[in-house]
Design a protein around this ligand. Structure first.
Ligand SMILES: *[C@@H]1O[C@H](CO)[C@@H](O)[C@H](O)[C@H]1NC(C)=O
Ligand SMILES: *[C@@H]1O[C@H](CO)[C@@H](O)[C@H](O)[C@H]1NC(C)=O
Length: 345
């Protein structure tokens, strides 16, 4: 177990290699309070424990040079970050959110990191997505607290791409966009015991944008709660794309006032139907219960769906006197016991 390279780039105000214990005076916040970064690492090539005890606050928007990410950790193996319950990362996103057309940085991004363990980190108010995981193999995130206002734009909780063996467990994610977005090139992604909401739910995709070939497989979401989210379990693909989203399960999900609790949308972004579509197959929805804020609780807008199974589903409308409905198109699979009933003939 060695920390091979341990570089942390806190873009905007400090750019350094963490090779010993650091005490960094961060930029002042708007109240002229200095926040101290107290980020400990031995970096001796043997020890792999890193504790984040203090609070890291981003500088305001105008101080940023790199708009893609704020804290970036890359090319690191066997890194452990433990927030010890007092560690906080505050992206100070309120200075960015009013500008809808701005490119807004991701607060914490992991790129090409293997064997990563992150726990007990509280991360709030990211300008853009909170945590991105790209090109990583074998990472576990647990007891994370990710929080931004429900109306903060494009503030995904976790954004996973081109990565495998990623676990996200026992965490709270309250954001303005996807709780977790699982993008192309990802496999063996498990999300368990999460509380999501507000936000846009857990999304696979969108895949196949601009007629691209993209693949996602072995995604398993279980024992999660969605509250006031605009989607629950979502798979979205663009018409004209190719590739697959397969071996996916959503099991034991509890819903409270969720719009689009179960949705496969293969017409994402556009209305027209094209000849090719990302193939969606071997998908299982099992034990999904609670209330829907939209009329259509189960929405299977397929172009290329095979072996999709729904069973033990019980979703009622969250509005009194309304009845939850379902929609189904080009569906190939098996409908077990579901409320509302799904009629795919
Ligand atoms: C991921 O979830 C699947 C399905 O529940 C399970 O078989 C697998 O063991 C899980 N993987 C890990 C590493 O927890
Ligand atoms: C969900 O939304 C309802 C109605 O807007 C609100 O009363 C409730 O506090 C929200 N719940 C959570 C956990 O945000």
């Amino acid at each position: 177990m060695k920390v091979l390279i341990f570089c942390i780039l806190i873009l905007g105000f400090v750019s350094s290699c963490l090779c010993e214990r650091w005490n960094i005076n961060a930029a002042p916040t708007k109240n002229n309070i200095y926040n101290v970064v107290d980020y400990g690492a031995r970096g001796d090539g043997v020890t792999d424990d890193t504790q984040l005890k203090g609070k890291i606050v981003a500088p305001p928007q105008k101080a940023f040079k790199d708009k893609s990410s704020w804290i970036r950790i890359q090319y690191v193996n066997s890194l452990t970050i433990d927030g010890t319950s007092t560690g906080r990362i505050d992206g100070f996103g309120s200075t960015w959110w009013p500008c809808k057309s701005c490119r807004r940085p991701i607060a914490l991004s992991f790129h090409s990191c293997n064997d990563l363990t992150v726990s007990n980190v509280r991360i709030t108010n990211s300008p853009g997505g909170h945590i991105s995981i790209n090109g990583c193999n074998n990472a576990k995130f647990s007891h994370m607290d990710v929080q931004s206002p429900g109306d903060s734009p494009n503030t995904d909780g976790f954004d996973i791409s081109s990565s495998k063996n990623i676990l996200i467990e026992d965490s709270n994610i309250r954001v303005g966009d996807d709780c977790i977005a699982i993008n192309g090139g990802s496999s063996y992604i498990n999300a368990s015991r999460l509380a999501c909401g507000p936000g846009h739910g857990i999304s696979i995709g969108s895949l196949g944008r601009g007629n691209s070939y993209e693949t996602v497989e072995e995604v398993h979401v279980q024992n999660c709660k969605f509250t006031n989210t605009t989607n629950g379990a979502r798979i979205k693909t663009f018409p004209g794309g190719s590739g697959y989203a397969r071996k996916i399960s959503f099991e034991q999900i509890h819903l409270t006032n969720v719009k689009n609790p179960i949705i496969i949308d293969q017409h994402y972004g556009v209305r027209d139907v094209k000849e090719s579509a990302v193939k969606v197959s071997d998908v299982r929805y099992y034990g999904i219960k609670g209330t829907s804020a939209s009329d259509v609780a189960i929405n299977l807008k397929c172009e290329s769906c095979f072996n999709v199974v729904l069973d033990q589903i019980n979703i009622v409308s969250s509005q009194p006197k309304k009845k939850a409905q379902s929609y189904c198109k080009n569906f190939h699979g098996k409908i077990g016991s579901t409320i509302p009933k799904v009629n795919c003939n």
